[in-house]
Design a protein around this ligand. Sequence first.
Ligand SMILES: Cc1cc2nc3c(=O)[nH]c(=O)nc-3n(C[C@H](O)[C@H](O)[C@H](O)COP(=O)(O)OP(=O)(O)OC[C@H]3O[C@@H](n4cnc5c(N)ncnc54)[C@H](O)[C@@H]3O)c2cc1C
Length: 321
Amino acid sequence: MSVLVLLEQRGELKPCALEAATIAGQIAKASGMALNACYIGQSLSDQAESLKGFGIEKVYAYENASLSHYSNDGYVPIVRDLVNELGAKVIIGSSSALGKEFCASVAARLGAELVQDAIGLGWDGGLKATKPLYAGKVISETKITTFPAMASVRPNVISIERNGDGAPELVKRDMPQVSLRTVLKEAAQATAGTIELTEAKVVVSGGRGIGGPENWPVIEDLAKALGAAAGASRAVVDAGWVHHSHQVGQTGKVVSPDIYVACGISGAIQHQAGMRTSKIIVAINKDPEANIFKICDYGIVGDLFEVCPLLAAEVRKVRAS
Ligand SMILES: Cc1cc2nc3c(=O)[nH]c(=O)nc-3n(C[C@H](O)[C@H](O)[C@H](O)COP(=O)(O)OP(=O)(O)OC[C@H]3O[C@@H](n4cnc5c(N)ncnc54)[C@H](O)[C@@H]3O)c2cc1C
């Protein structure tokens, strides 16, 4: 009986993999089960140090260049077989764009109950999971009592915590003979050098208040000053001012950064669904009655075209000193 954590990578282990390892370690401790990990990708050896301190006993590493990019055909059978071999009782993954698909497929193959996009997990004779529903209006609590039980964790909501444990044992596994029906040959980023929205620690988003695509650089500049990813409301995306990959909300991406700055966004419930779990929310809006002010920690009633450049200049000044 053990807990298995699925370590997501994109060349390097992603922060969400370490967040999943943190919470999986806590479940292992509370349940008295051992914690193991599964890594599939090009090479783990040079990153094994970063897996110290989570209480992981063994990392089963399936290292192969052909599986450096996620492939459903390739990854899912590996995890299914490993879960069966280890008799894993609890499986924890990440609720990233990739992880949601991966975890759903693994759960289907195992006939396991799965809670996706959990913002909290615990153990009480079963796997307890907390997750937001109905655009964040309801927080549901679920307990899975059939095994294996699975959950995927929303990126950025768990803080990575290490204790004093040493590095886990690395168990190198031969790649099973898989015939891949689909092979991802190359992942091209829309804009080189940008920060992935769902994993960013700071997000600056622009809404209809920016007035048009010619003003998008105001948002990008503040994002650049803060080292943030740039997000947008659906109004901005639907108008064709920026690409859909920037959209935050119910029908866009769900983000939980340390700081979320909403500029010229009214705060519709569908937008909140994608950012409400942010740790600190800053709103800039010229309408003092805007909904966004009801959920923000810091509100600035003002014109974003004045406030954003001032904020960016101030941040740059502080950083330079
Ligand atoms: C099924 C469904 C799914 C949806 N999914 C999403 C989703 O995923 N994401 C999402 O965002 N929306 C989504 N929506 C749309 C949502 O309901 C809102 O229409 C949308 O979020 C509004 O975007 P906005 O806040 O940018 O625009 P608006 O509501 O028009 O707000 C613009 C704000 O800008 C302010 N403003 C204007 N000029 C300035 C200025 N110069 N300086 C400062 N402030 C200024 C205004 O006071 C106003 O508050 C969805 C809707 C439906 C029905």
